[in-house]
Design a protein around this ligand. Structure first.
Ligand code: SF4
Length: 303
């Protein structure tokens, strides 16, 4: 009996190791692909990796350290954490972890917690001022450290959520870019986890046993609108697997002539070309994907 149990356990361990190996390969491939597609890291770059103590930024640093060892180009990493003096922030956790990884790091201590508490009335959301202060500090630190890129740990699901937040509450079709120039014009910000799914990061964090620091130390609630949109997207994904991927792919596949932004497409000056276009628009025909829905589809939509 115990031999059978041992065999079962060995088979389960083998399967788990196989799955983790697959996950590791996928994460490294996706980060490598995003870095290449957006030319995020170049020869000689000093990448400031912003580390909050959450699963995403730990995973980003972890993967970048591995990539650095195997990449055909030379770049350096410096991990930066901003200690905002939130009550209960465990000061030693990140330095201990970073020392154990042998990576250069800098802990910037700035009591933004007190500033935010002083300026924002009780019960009002503090995140917007807090993020603004944090952003300014991180840009300054990047300059002081001589960093040429600032890496943030946002992932695919953050980018899709942001797109819907901006559409629902800001009437703008605007997501979260994989690479941008900061609003002070001095820094290039990159998001190496752009292609990575959040559930993969959860599993990676469990496997690597990152010493996660809770993100609610400031006592603020996560932005309710973001929570709602995230729940909506996750519900879609459960009911129609692959939907988040499709939306994310669509974000890189924009057809300005079929949207409504006159700044992106010269609708006013467009004229008939007189030439047939095999792939041209079929204004009078129904697109197949938009055909009359079947009873089953109707019931799915109503559910
Ligand atoms: S949750 Fe707290 S620490 Fe995070 S942005 Fe909001 S106020 Fe700042």
């Amino acid at each position: 009996m115990s031999e059978v149990l041992d065999l079962d356990q060995a088979a389960a361990d083998k399967k788990a190791a196989f799955e983790i190996n697959k996950l590791s390969k996928r994460l490294h491939r996706q980060v490598g692909q995003a870095v290449t597609d957006f030319n995020m890291i170049e020869e000689g770059d000093k990448v400031m990796v912003c580390l909050s103590g959450g699963k995403d930024s730990y995973a980003m640093l972890d993967i970048l350290i591995n990539m650095q060892q195997r990449a055909p180009i030379k770049f350096s990493l410096v991990a930066v954490n901003l200690d905002q003096k939130q009550p209960g922030f465990p000061e030693d956790v990140l330095p201990n972890y970073l020392r154990s990884r042998g990576v250069d790091f800098h802990i910037e201590t700035q009591d933004t917690y007190s500033i935010v508490k002083r300026l924002i009335p009780e019960g009002k959301t503090t995140c917007s001022l807090c993020s603004r202060l944090r952003r300014g500090i991180l840009y300054r630190v990047a300059g002081e450290l001589g960093a040429t890129k600032i890496a943030l740990g946002h992932h695919r699901d953050d980018m899709v959520t942001t797109l819907f937040l901006n559409m629902f509450f800001g009437s703008r079709m605007k997501g979260m870019p994989a690479k941008l120039v900061s609003d002070d014009g001095k820094n290039v910000v990159i998001r190496p986890l752009a292609y990575v799914k959040e559930p993969d990061l959860v599993r990676w964090a469990e496997h690597r046993q990152f010493p996660i620091i809770p993100c609610n130390l400031c006592g603020s609630q996560e932005n309710l609108q973001r929570v709602q949109v995230k729940a909506m997207i996750n519900d879609w994904e459960k009911r129609y697997p692959g939907r988040i991927d499709n939306i994310f792919t669509a974000m890189g596949n924009v057809v300005p002539s079929h949207l409504m932004d006159k700044k992106l497409f010269p609708f006013e000056t467009m004229k008939a070309t007189g030439k047939a276009e095999p792939d041209g628009d079929i204004a009078f025909d129904d697109d197949e994907s938009c055909a009359t829905p079947t009873a089953k589809v109707v019931s799915l939509i109503r559910d």
